[in-house]
Design a protein around this ligand. Structure first.
Ligand code: ATP
Length: 283
């Protein structure tokens, strides 16, 4: 059994004017990996390739040692939440329950109803009358009720209020109580990932710039504000990106390449993402 829940090797997808990859991703079992990147960087394309919703042009994908993302076994083991509920609008909660009990071989009806109560979802109302938050809660309830081992979430918390997001983050952490469980989650809400992710994978223009443990990222990089003169004493390879101010420059730097005595602050994931993108021409 591989230590990785999800693995890609040289994964490539070409669209007119955009190429994803080659992408090598290794998502360890038992980890939450946050997938970040600008609009159009390739996050959803990666996720659709993993789920077999798009055909790859080259490379390999393995999920729980399975090469065919559409295998029946994987369908049970993968819980998927997109940024909207992909169910016919005329369905009610009860219809969704009936449908899922046929689709998933290990459907847990009792858990689905416990989640309904937890989320206060009406049973008889049609989905089209659900609010965005209710739709996402229903989607989460489905993903968590078929004994999945991996959850893949694509912008699942976008457009939700902070209270609903917090409820969903709690459920994700609860899901991770089982050490064999894994979550791969794309999000623009970096503060959410800051709270729950073990690793951050950063995609930019279709390429993975890094995948690192979140804590190491914060240890390995630092932010400092220096005068233009002091910046000249720092080697260029230490500087990831900079913002020019009237009084000097704010830099994101590699800590181990910075002379002792310069005060460094811990960056947020947002800082790291912004500096990597804005500073790319200077690296
Ligand atoms: N079916 C498609 N046909 C052609 N181009 C596509 C298709 N799907 C995605 N693309 C292109 O691939 C690129 C990556 O899109 P993708 O949706 O993967 O980005 P993303 O990182 O998920 O962005 P966002 O954060 O805005 O959701 C974009 O340039 C997009 O226009």
């Amino acid at each position: 059994m591989s230590n990785f829940a999800i693995e890609t090797k040289n994964l490539v997808k070409r669209f007119d004017g955009f190429t994803l990859g080659p992408i090598d991703l290794c998502i360890p079992r038992g980890a939450i990996v946050g997938y970040i990147g600008q609009n159009g960087a390739g996050k959803s394309t990666t996720i659709k390739l993993l789920l077999g919703l798009l055909h790859k042009d080259a490379g390999e994908i393995r999920i729980l040692d399975e090469k065919n993302p559409k295998s029946m076994e994987l369908k049970d083991k993968l819980g998927v939440v997109f940024d909207d509920l992909l169910m016919p609008e005329e369905m009610t909660f009860t219809d969704v329950e009936k449908f899922c009990s046929k689709v998933y071989s290990k459907w847990d009806k009792a858990r689905f109803h416990r989640l309904r109560e937890h989320f206060h979802l009406p049973e008889a109302q049609m989905i089209k009358h659900y609010s965005r938050g209710m739709r996402m809660k229903l989607s989460m309830a489905v993903a968590l009720s078929h004994t999945a081992e991996i959850l893949i979430l694509d912008e699942a918390t976008s457009g939700l209020d902070p209270i609903v997001r917090e409820e969903i983050l709690e459920l994700l952490l609860d899901f991770m109580q089982d050490e064999n469980h894994t979550i791969f989650v794309s999000s623009h809400i970096l503060s959410d990932l800051e709270k729950i992710a073990d690793y951050i994978a950063f995609i930019h223009n279709g390429k993975i710039l890094f995948m690192e443990a979140k804590d190491e990222l914060k240890e390995n990089y630092g932010i400092c504000t220096l005068s233009d003169k002091d910046v000249k004493n720092i080697e260029e390879t230490a500087i990831i990106g900079k913002r020019i101010h009237a009084f000097g420059q704010e830099l994101l730097v590699k800590r181990d390449l910075i002379p002792k005595g310069i005060a460094l602050q811990k960056p947020s994931i947002e800082d790291i993402m912004i500096y990597f993108v804005k500073g790319e021409k200077r690296r």
